[in-house]
Design a protein around this ligand. Sequence first.
Ligand code: MN
Length: 256
Amino acid sequence: MRILVTNDDGVRAEGIRHLAMVAVQFGEVKVFAPDRERSACGHAMTMRDPLRVKRCDIDEIEAYEVNGLPVDCVNVGLTVGWPDGCDLVLSGINNGPNLGFDVTYSGTVGGAMEGAINGIRSIAMSMCVFADGAPFHYETGAQWLRENWELLTTLETHELSLLNVNVPAIAFPEVQGHKFVGMGRRIYQDRVEHREDPWGRSYYWQGGVVVMRPESVDTDVWAVTNGFVSVTPVSLDWTDRALLAQYQSSMAVGKG
Ligand code: MN
C-alpha cells in the first residue's frame, strides 16, 4: 500500500511523526508536509508563489518539507513522490480537535479533502485536547489507528468522501471505543476579542471560547466528550440535495 502523509502543524510536529510511524507498519510511506505550522488554512492552496521541496526524513521515513499548505503538499506529493498514484492519504495527527464546523477551517481536513478530490481514500485525524497545557496523548491516537487500520482502510467510501477521525486526549485504556457519528455543532462564544495596544489603538484577537453542545447525541462532539473516538464520513458534494429536489419540484423551469 502506497501512503502519502501530510498535516497542517508542520513536518516537525509530534503528531505527524506518530502518524507516519503507524503508517509505515502497513505500507510504503512518503511524508509531504508544510515547513511550518499552517493550522486553520482550510482547503486553501498556493497560486502565486513557487513551491520548494526539501528532503527532511523523519527517522527512517522518507519525508519532505514544502513551503506551502496541506493542499500544496498533497499535490506536490502526488506529483513528485507518487507520480503513479497512491492508495491512501493520511493527514494529522492534528494538535487539537477538528469537530463540527472546525472541518471547514481545518488545514488537516483540507489535506484529506485534496486526497479525496484526487480519488484517493483519505483520512484526517486529530487529537481532541481542550485545555492549554494538557497532554496530547498522540500515543492513544497512534494505538487506536494501529488497532483499527484494517477497518479504516476497508470501510466502504463514496467518491468525494473522506473520513474525519477525532480522538479524545486520554490514555488508551480509558477510550470507550469508537462511534460512527455525524458532524456536531461546535459554537464559539466571544469569537473576536477587542483589545488595545500600548498606544490606545484597537486591535482584535480571533479565537473565542468553544461552547460544546454535547447534548446532541450521535455527533462527533458528543462521542469525543464521552470518551469515544469519532469517525465521521464527510462528503465534498456540498449540494443540498433535499433543497435542490424541493426547488426542482416546486418551481417552474426558468427562462432567460
Ligand atoms: Mn493544526
